[in-house]
Design a protein around this ligand. Structure first.
Ligand code: SF4
Length: 179
């Protein structure tokens, strides 16, 4: 997996102060995408053990709330294979930090075992490590600059643990706070 950027002390992509990893590769090709250069899986730098360690170190201070995965598309199958062991390590070393992940895929698409475009052997295990999923492609016609943490009205901020335990989508309180 390649990545195109790491933002430290990011306050735009999740609650509080975060480290945000922008991975490379995205097959959605949404009209109006904010960074189409990240569609290319070969864009940016290789994500190495050293990159992972640097991110984990950046998460250690008390003032850092957690990690956000953005893209590109973190849930492209080849990116899941690289991100699952990384998230496991983050959880083991820093269990108190929150993990947010963005996806152009919807929750339903990701969790559908028959959807070979994005459901892999890693998807469910990776989802269990995530606290908040912001799902859905960016729809230019539903763009709304007033939304927090999402670009268009169709996207949802999902409480992953509640959704998994109830077996239905539970929206996060972060959606309510926009109103
Ligand atoms: S899912 Fe995100 S990165 Fe991919 S094309 Fe859509 S807006 Fe761009």
């Amino acid at each position: 997996m390649n990545y195109c950027n790491i933002k430290y002390c990011d306050i735009a992509n999740g609650n509080g102060i975060r480290t945000t990893l922008f991975v490379s590769g995205c097959t959605h090709h949404c009209k109006g995408c904010f960074q189409p250069e990240t569609w290319d899986f070969n864009y940016g730098e290789p994500f190495t053990d050293r990159t992972a360690e640097e991110i984990i170190e950046s998460l250690r201070p008390d003032y850092v709330d957690g990690l956000t995965l953005l893209g590109g598309e973190p849930w492209e199958p080849s990116n899941q294979a690289a991100l699952y062991p990384f998230l496991k390590k983050v959880r083991e070393e820093l269990p108190g930090k929150s993990i947010w992940a963005f996806s152009g895929y919807t929750w339903e698409e990701l969790m559908d075992p028959d959807n070979s475009r994005c459901h892999t052997e890693f998807t469910e295990s990776m989802m269990k490590l995530v606290d908040i999923l912001v799902d859905g492609e960016f729809h230019l016609e539903e763009k709304n600059l007033m939304l927090r943490f999402r670009g268009s009205e169709n996207q949802r901020i999902i409480n992953v643990h509640e959704s998994l335990s109830k077996n239905e989508i539970v929206l996060s309180d972060f959606m309510e706070k926009e109103k």
